[in-house]
Design a binder for this molecule. Structure first.
Ligand SMILES: Nc1ncnc2c1ncn2[C@@H]1O[C@H](COP(=O)(O)OP(=O)(O)OP(=O)(O)O)[C@@H](O)[C@H]1O
Ligand SMILES: [Mg+2]
Length: 621
């Protein structure tokens, strides 16, 4: 995998198509894996060079038209009208493709300003022939190009700029890569780039899923399988469930049976093409299931290395929801397979979901099951606070899914106005069951005026219309619901599209309104989400970490209400505490002498080790 900073070349599939003057395809060349680079010749003319097993060629970028609409799916088209040639790029890592196209745009735009060498001078030139890679992009390049774009103002742009990457109405080039990763997040990215098996963890809201999404964008889609242990977590990273990827059912069968199941044509293809297996919410993957996956991978890939040589990139917080299992060794870190992966472990510490240090410290103590009296008081004090505003009621987090459904159904029924039902459009139509699992929206959504809803897409971050934003249906206009949101915005909700990969690498889509009834949610379904206005009664919690998951969905103490709180509702699994003690002591001890660089040291690591040391290991009743 090339570095994200290395914008001058990408690896991808290329399809070359030479056309006749009437536009008929005369010849095609397809390369499965090629390296595309932007190069210059001795006269500083720009070319794109394709190096692959099938062909090695370079094409002048003069007059090229770039279509980048599908760049975030790893696809783009370059049209060379002067050469009667189309170059179709696919299977590129989306983040790299976007930066590559930006680099192309910047270099092409700035080269227009440099003096041209006439054909005569070129012919008479004594310069040594040759090509060289373009110099790396600097912020000066971007500034120069932005100044040029500004001075061109409303002038008609030359055609190569029309479709290029300067996104947004003001056509401005920004050289930052897709996400602003923090230093600790960048360290994880580097380890992934180096091909190591990586496990990163950290408390709720430290940006694990955010980072995972960035990592997915940096890897080639054809060999990357993005999965999560639950459907709702899979939706958040645009992936599929680990179960549907693996194809071994619930993994309850014997290992022979699991291998047999995974040998079915669709599944075997998955296992063989996969080079990077990503798993979010790893805490909910059961130990014996993880063990079987490892064996299945080795068998199907006929390669006797852990997971048959697949790079594993896993993340989650074992102090959140545990796997559904009665076994004593339920957590996957207890399996031999986990040990054999020799993960590089990273502990993210910067919390992004909450800002208030007092709330962050309460949540950290809830996570460890170690609340102090004043913290219990602070949570109890939220019981009477009014968090409802603008007709938006708090979302009740329930311990059981059935209870949440009942609350939503009965509240909707109580509303007397006309009801409108929106049916999802699925592609392919027979994928509805998988799409139910892998998208946050339901195949059928019934709404009425006054219904409490939650937005399930980032529509406008600046207006606060983000995934998890709470609102209420104010009216219907031309059949579309108009929602008044807690953040103050009123929005006529438009249809949105969710795309997810099928287990065999194809695409599935669902079109639906990005809304969900929000009088209530189950805690299990809320895992991974950030919620605006939330209420919970935790007396029925039945898992270690369940109360922590519920409480850590809130953004602040002021936007939540806990009913009937008491410290007994909060506990951590002693096996997990022990596990974290282990990895955290490696953080501080192994900093200078690490045979396999187990974990990177962080400034706060020592403090954390101490925190874990002081947790009494009580067994769970
Ligand atoms: N580097 C960052 N810059 C800005 N915002 C960030 C960054 N990292 C994460 N965030 C934001 O912080 C919030 C929480 O992130 P995320 O959901 O990825 O956390 P998480 O660790 O996966 O939490 P959980 O354990 O609850 O699933 C999100 O709104 C996300 O967009
Ligand atoms: Mg997450």
């Amino acid at each position: 995998m090339t570095s994200v900073q290395d914008y001058s070349s990408i690896s991808c599939c290329c399809n070359l198509e030479w056309l006749s003057s009437t536009g008929v395809v005369k010849r095609t060349v397809r390369t499965k894996t090629g390296q595309l680079s932007v190069v210059r010749n001795e006269f500083r003319d720009l070319f794109i060079a394709l190096a692959s097993r099938e062909t090695n060629q370079k094409f002048s970028l003069k007059g090229v038209v770039i279509h980048k609409k599908f760049a975030n799916e790893g696809k783009a088209t370059l049209k060379f009208p002067d050469l009667l040639l189309n170059l179709f790029i696919s299977n590129a890592a989306p983040a790299q493709l976007i930066m590559f196209l930006k680099a192309l745009f910047v270099k092409m735009t700035s080269s227009k300003a440099s003096p041209k060498v006439s054909t005569r001078d070129k012919l008479l030139s004594v310069k040594q022939q040759g090509v060289q890679e373009i110099s790396p992009l600097s912020s000066k390049d971007a500034q120069r190009v932005n100044a040029m774009l500004k001075s061109e103002g409303s002038k008609k742009r030359p055609r190569e700029e029309e479709n290029t990457v300067s996104s947004g109405p003001e056509k401005k080039v920004c050289l930052k890569s897709l996400a602003n990763l923090t230093e600790e997040q960048k360290e994880v990215l580097d380890a992934v780039k180096n091909g190591a098996n990586v496990f990163f963890t950290g408390s709720a809201g430290t940006g694990k899923s955010f980072l995972l999404q960035h990592l997915i964008n940096c890897l080639r889609p054809d060999v990357t399988c993005a999965t999560a242990s639950t459907g709702s977590a899979a939706c958040l990273i645009g992936g599929t469930t680990l179960h549907s990827f693996a194809g071994i059912g619930d993994g309850e069968g014997t290992i022979e049976r699991c291998i047999q199941l995974a040998r079915r044509p669709v599944c075997i293809q998955n296992w063989r093409r996969c080079k990077h297996l990503i798993i979010d919410e790893i805490s909910m993957v059961e130990s014996s299931y993880f063990q079987k996956l490892e064996r299945v991978a080795r068998e199907l890939r006929s390669f006797d290395k852990p997971f048959g040589g697949i790079q594993l990139i896993v993340c989650g917080d074992f102090l959140q929801l545990p796997p559904v299992s009665k076994s004593k060794d339920k957590f996957c870190f207890m399996s031999d397979a986990w040990q054999s992966c020799r993960f590089r472990t990273y502990y993210l510490q910067q919390v992004h979901r909450q800002n208030d240090p007092t709330f962050i410290s309460i949540l950290n103590s809830v996570r460890l099951g170690n609340l102090k009296e004043d913290m219990v008081e602070a949570l109890k004090n939220t019981e009477t606070q009014i968090i409802e505003k603008k007709g938006v009621l708090a979302t009740r987090l329930c311990c059981h899914t059935k209870e949440a459904k009942m609350i939503n159904d009965s509240n909707l029924e109580k509303l007397t106005g006309e009801s409108k039902t929106y049916s999802a459009v699925d592609e392919p139509p027979n994928a509805s069951k998988t799409l139910d699992d892998c998208t946050p929206v339901e195949s059928s959504l019934t709404l009425k005026i006054g219904a409490q809803v939650m937005l399930l897409k980032n529509v406008s971050v600046s207006q606060g219309l983000v995934n998890g934003a709470r609102g209420v249906i104010a009216k219907f206009e031309k059949g579309a619901p108009v929602v008044e949101f807690l953040c103050g915005a009123t929005y006529t909700v438009k249809w949105e599209k969710w795309t997810t990969r099928t287990a065999n690498g194809g695409m599935m889509h669902r079109k639906q309104l990005p809304l969900r009834l929000a009088w209530a949610f189950s805690i299990h379904k809320s895992q991974g989400l950030t919620l605006d206005c939330v209420e919970m009664a935790l007396e029925k919690t039945f898992e270690a970490g369940q109360a922590y998951v519920a409480l850590s969905r809130a953004k602040s103490l002021e936007t939540m209400r806990v009913i009937g709180f008491n410290a007994k509702q909060v506990w951590a699994d002693p096996d997990v505490i022990q596990f974290y003690r282990g990895i955290l002591s490696e953080v501080s001890m192994n900093d200078h002498m690490k045979p396999r660089a187990v974990t990177k040291s962080k400034p706060g690591a020592k403090k954390l080790v101490n925190k874990f040391k002081h947790i009494p290991l009580v067994s769970i009743s």
